[in-house]
Design a protein around this ligand. Structure first.
Ligand code: ADP
Ligand code: ADP
Ligand code: ZN
Ligand code: ZN
Length: 845
């Protein structure tokens, strides 16, 4: 074997030594990187940065840690992935601050993730202002997630869910026969309920709004469930006659009131789609008992600085910090102290000081516009990562390595400076930082660079350079070098002229207040601004909602519906604004976001893009398949005929472990191939269907040469820089950036008729500058074909290459929400009020 050993004397030299790393695409990599420094891993997407930083270094640190904690449990941990590496020496324990791909639970919030809410509850419990005569409450009483704290009416949700006549009967000009009662079950069950009403003598042929209120109320709200004879297919008149004659009915039917049907189905059904269906007919409103504050009355009666704990949790963190300041400094006013014991005063000052210090870090990281109550699923991955980073900065660990994944994502260059300060603090406290990053302003601050490449997948996986940044200048093969040392000038173009304007007015959402804004049509626009200024609220929310509404595309354009019923959507988001003009230039809305292309391993790149349908047809057209009468369906792993039955076409099976979360293991029957043996006997150009799914896009391009439709789909995937992905790579293994580019590719392969509006939120996240440049080529191609592209962006290289810039701000939260500047890049770069101008100008000369 070629195993190389690290001399013992080297282990204490202040470096981490890696020998023979082969995780994923890594090519038996040897590497020495310093501890106690800011080490940045660079390279094109798919080159192997994460495989090195997370898959090897972090995974090994984690594995060692778990083994050391509990040698006894080692046997159980044999399922922990062991990275493919010969040897690592000098590796400190590691903490990963990775961007979350899954969705954290809805009940976690800024306050819980940062643990600030715990301290705040302690503050209220021990040193709050209680109404006279009320006993002190325990800290748990200030949490809506405990029985002691939760409002009994809404169980701590703050909202109650119910139906209204309008939600159940959206169009009251219809008759019951015309399905006025939209909330009723579809198909047979709905007809059955209607026939029962006929037997009961209700009028099902008069428009709903003309029925007597008494009848409408009974049908909607009754809790009675009479069982009556049903004469299927009879008219009301015939039914009446049949009842009179006591004719034998078709069957006996039982009635359920509409409200009861909706509420019971929602509470009891096991079917996600049923639940989602009925949820559409429910509306939520603030709980009248707690006014949406989620807590019991007595908990809300305790105040601090005049606010109950729910109110204080809704303040922006910057405001909360101001409010705590006098208490932390012991400068609180005398009347504030009057009814507290000395001991309470001491506690109050201690907790306030601790909170203030921790808030300071969050403010420094540019998160002062968030509130404690903000739920984490509404945060961007970058915001969440910075939140967790801030929490670490205050926990006084040292001698640890922090492994971070693109911490600058979602950050305006102005915010990135604050991020670098926080990283410097962690380093100063004696920690090491291993950071995977694409932003040049972060890469420039590195003490040490590890450049991986030269290309992606099989053609990457080597360390091209490891050393101080300046040394990279000499590395010919490095793509990063060209961008870092200014050898790849920004694409300078003469901005295109707008072909029209999409004007919005009266825009209200989050921090946008009665905003007026005009988006140019037929060009590429970048929307910029510091994080929290309102870019996403404007573009990804309001613009998308208004345009899809105008087009009748119904809210979630081009998006798969989430599996969970989305109760929050009702009522809570009021009128967002209106479109003044310009819709004649928009015939279609396409939102290309970073949400997963599927939530199960059953979807993958090939199924999502439609490529797999073509491939299956090719297999079905082979001589062998025809002889066996295998159709295209036979080659699907989602259909019983051809797939491996042991794993139902998943390729792996779940192994239950006592005391530990279950793990997945390759299916013992098909060994991960997903198909049964007979299906695999059929080959096309010498490969079976499983082998084709195992190919990368790059390999498949060679393999499918001259196969028109397949080749074209593959070419577009290649053009957006995804040549390294395997065709069968499950949706669940793809990063947000990869998912976004797959969506873009499937859009690009459709014939573009023009007049489409493409909306992208931070499309360059996860992209090396060289990949970002390629993406720009694709976006420009869309514009050249007569479409409009609007991106939310922080990368000045992209902004400088756009036709138009809309800068939102000037600051975050309450200090933002306005359009600061709007114009071609060179104009915005000169705008004195814009915080983006300075960075844009630097890019443009
Ligand atoms: P980078 O971080 O530079 O974008 P990665 O380390 O994520 O690159 O990926 C390097 C290569 O390893 C790519 O070809 C990628 O498709 C592959 N890869 C990544 N994750 C996995 C995985 N879980 N299983 C198999 N291959 C993977
Ligand atoms: P940007 O996209 O520029 O980073 P956002 O549009 O996400 O800014 O946020 C603008 C403001 O609206 C911020 O103060 C943010 O905290 C607030 N905000 C955004 N989304 C929500 C939400 N779901 N609930 C409450 N406030 C929100
Ligand atoms: Zn309540
Ligand atoms: Zn199997």
């Amino acid at each position: 074997s070629n195993k190389k050993s690290v001399a013992k004397s080297k282990t204490e030299d202040g470096y981490v030594h890696v020998r023979g790393a082969r995780e994923h695409n890594l090519k038996n990599v040897d590497l020495d990187i310093p501890r106690g420094q800011l080490v940045v891993f660079t390279g094109v997407s798919g080159s192997g940065k994460s495989s090195l930083a997370f898959g090897t270094l972090y995974a090994e640190a984690q594995r060692r840690y778990l083994e050391s904690v509990s040698p006894y449990a080692r046997r159980l941990f044999h399922q922990m992935p062991v990275p493919e590496v010969d040897e690592i020496e000098g590796l400190p324990p590691a903490v990963a601050l990775q961007q979350q791909r899954g969705t954290p639970t809805a009940r976690s919030s800024v306050g819980s993730v940062s643990t600030l809410s715990n301290s705040l509850r302690m503050l209220y419990s021990r040193a709050g202002d209680y109404p006279t005569g009320q006993e002190l409450l325990y800290a748990e009483s200030f949490s809506p997630n405990t029985p002691q704290g939760a409002c009994p009416r809404c169980s701590g949700l703050g909202r109650i869910y119910d139906v209204t006549e309008h939600s159940m009967v959206p169009d009251d000009s219809l008759t019951i026969r015309e399905r006025a009662i939209a909330a009723w079950p579809p198909a047979w069950h709905g007809q059955n309920l209607r026939d029962i009403l006929v037997t009961l003598g209700y009028d099902v042929d008069t428009p709903w709004r003309e029925l007597p209120k008494k009848d409408r109320d009974w049908i909607l709200y009754t809790d009675e469930s009479p069982t009556v004879p049903v004469y299927a297919g009879f008219t009301p008149k015939e039914t009446k006659a049949a009842l009179k004659r006591k004719e034998t009915p078709s069957y006996q039917g039982t009635f359920t009131g509409v409200r009861r049907y909706v509420m019971q189905t929602f509470a009891n059904t096991e079917s996600a789609s049923m639940k989602k269906r009925v949820a559409r007919y429910m509306v939520s409103s603030a709980c009248p008992e707690c006014e949406g504050k989620r807590l019991r009355r007595e908990s809300l009666s305790v105040t601090f600085a005049g606010h109950d704990i729910a109110e204080i949790s809704r303040l922006p963190l910057a405001r909360l910090a101001e409010l705590l300041q006098p208490y932390a400094a012991g400068k609180d006013k005398d009347e504030d102290k009057r009814h507290l014991h000395n001991e309470q005063l001491i506690v109050r000052r201690r907790i306030a000081a601790d909170l203030a210090a921790r808030l300071e870090v969050l403010l420094a990281l540019g998160l002062g516009y968030l509130a404690l109550e903000r739920s984490t699923p509404t945060l961007s991955p970058g915001e969440l990562q910075r939140l967790r980073l801030a929490t670490q900065v205050r926990s006084s660990l040292f001698g640890v390595v922090y492994v971070l994944d693109e911490p600058s994502s979602g950050l305006h260059p102005a915010d990135t400076e604050a991020l670098l300060d926080a990283l410097a603090q962690l380093k100063a406290a004696g920690n090491s930082l291993f950071v995977v990053e694409h932003a040049l302003d972060v890469i420039r601050q590195a003490d040490w660079l590890v450049d991986v490449g030269p290309l992606a997948g099989e053609r990457g996986g080597q360390v091209l350079y490891s050393g101080v940044p300046e040394g990279l200048r000499k590395i010919e093969q490095s793509q990063t070098r060209r961008y870092l040392f200014g050898e790849a000038p920004s694409p300078q173009r003469t901005p295109r002229e707008p072909g029209g304007w999409l004007k919005l007015a009266g825009v209200h959402r989050n921090n946008l207040k009665d905003l007026e804004v005009a988006f140019p049509l037929g060009v590429l626009t970048s929307v910029t601004g510091v994080s929290g200024s309102g870019k996403s609220s404007l573009v990804s929310q309001v613009l998308v909602e208004l345009v899809s509404q105008a087009l009748g595309q119904g809210g979630a354009a081009q998006e798969e519906q989430p599996d969970e019923p989305d109760l929050e959507r009702d009522e809570q988001l009021p009128l967002a604004g209106h479109i003044v003009s310009g819709m004649e230039g928009v015939r279609r809305l396409v939102r290309v976001d970073q949400k997963p292309i599927g939530r199960t391993p059953r979807s993958n790149l090939a199924t999502y893009t439609g490529l797999f349908d073509q491939v299956r047809k090719l297999f079905a057209a082979t001589k062998d398949a025809k002889k066996r009468r295998y159709d295209a369906g036979r080659f699907s792993f989602n259909v019983a005929k051809g797939r491996c039955e042991h794993c139902a076409g998943e390729g792996f099976v779940m192994v239950e472990l006592l005391f530990l979360p279950s793990v997945y293991a390759p299916c013992p029957t098909c060994e991960g191939a997903r198909y049964n043996a007979e299906t695999l006997e059929v080959t096309y150009r010498g490969k079976n269907i499983a082998e084709v799914l195992g190919m990368t896009v790059g390999e498949a391009i060679e393999f499918f040469k001259d196969e028109g439709a397949v080749e074209r789909s593959l070419e577009v995937l290649n053009e957006v820089g995804l040549d390294y992905l395997r065709l069968g790579q499950p949706a669940t293994e793809l990063s947000g950036g990869e998912a976004q580019r797959i969506k873009l590719a499937s859009e690009l392969q459709r014939a573009t008729r023009g007049d489409a509006l493409y909306v992208l939120d931070e499309p360059t996240t996860g992209l090396h500058p060289v990949d970002a440049d390629r993406l720009m080529v694709q976006l420009n191609r869309l514009v050249d074909a007569g479409n409009t592209v609007i991106v939310v962006e922080h990368t000045m290289r992209v902004v400088a290459g756009s036709d138009w810039v809309i800068d939102v701000g000037p600051g975050a939260g309450d200090q933002g929400g306005s359009v600061v500047a709007s114009g071609p890049p060179q104009d915005v770069a000169r705008n004195k009020k814009s915080r983006t101008a300075r960075y844009l100008a630097a890019q443009m000369n």
